[in-house]
Design a protein around this ligand. Sequence first.
Ligand code: AMP
Ligand code: ZN
Ligand code: FE
Ligand code: FE
Length: 279
Amino acid sequence: MREIDLHVHTTASDGTCTPAEVAALAQKIGLKAIAITDHDTESGYFEAAEAGEKLGIEVVPGIEISTKYGVAVHILGYFIDPQSPELRPVLDWVINDRNDRNRKMAELMAAYGLPFDYDEMRARFGESIGRPHFARMLYELGLAESVNDAFQRYVEKGQKYYLPRTIIPIEMAVETICRSGGVAVLAHPFQYKKDDKELRELIEHCMAHGLRGMECRYSGYDAQQVAYLEGLAEEYGLLKTGGSDFHGANKPTISLGVGKGELDVPYAWLERLKAAADK
Ligand code: AMP
Ligand code: ZN
Ligand code: FE
Ligand code: FE
């Protein structure tokens, strides 16, 4: 029986299940704990935690911050104090920048005759809106075969409606998480297409700024990849974490708790994470 899933998106960012629905799903499939890790916002945690309390599911507060270190690198943060004076200005800045970019993207699409109105998107999707929401709407308009297809056709870098947003430096994300009482973890290390030497360089750079963990088990990572990442984590003294990156219907091949079928994250890893965060 699978125990935990420490990487879950909700409607607070680009997932399609509400935080309460995710907690209910976790109970249905027999998980003990989940972490809510929405992009650039912690706002989904509270609803999930309230639902989790009623259902007997432990809910961990988390976040996933997009950063840049040559390529796009994602940093997870667990047990951040949401009231932290260090955190708020950084997240507010990121969300404002997202909104400026998004509004321009909606205007660009409207100029091409598509029914996009950013105020309506805000009302429907909430505060942390990204390109996946645009992809979902383009798919709903019948302009693509799936959300993924819409993303690749229209909003991927280089495509017709793509506009960039400002990505914060990796040092700032890691340090902000640390200063906010959280534990910073390198997300899905194979996504960055780095060889062993480059990955070690990334880990060492992040550790110099306070990184304390690495996501070793992740949807689609096979046993050999997991063994390699766990070996690296042990060598560097990093906490091991794992999660599916569940997004509901926006990533239909990924299921909560089990990923693509191979994922299995032990509760003991959460206990160590909690101890590290002093929770
Ligand atoms: P943004 O931060 O708004 O520029 O959007 C980037 C986000 O889109 C990333 O964090 C990914 O999670 C997501 N993403 C990237 N590729 C795809 C895809 N093919 N389908 C759906 N979402 C994607
Ligand atoms: Zn996402
Ligand atoms: Fe990610
Ligand atoms: Fe994610």
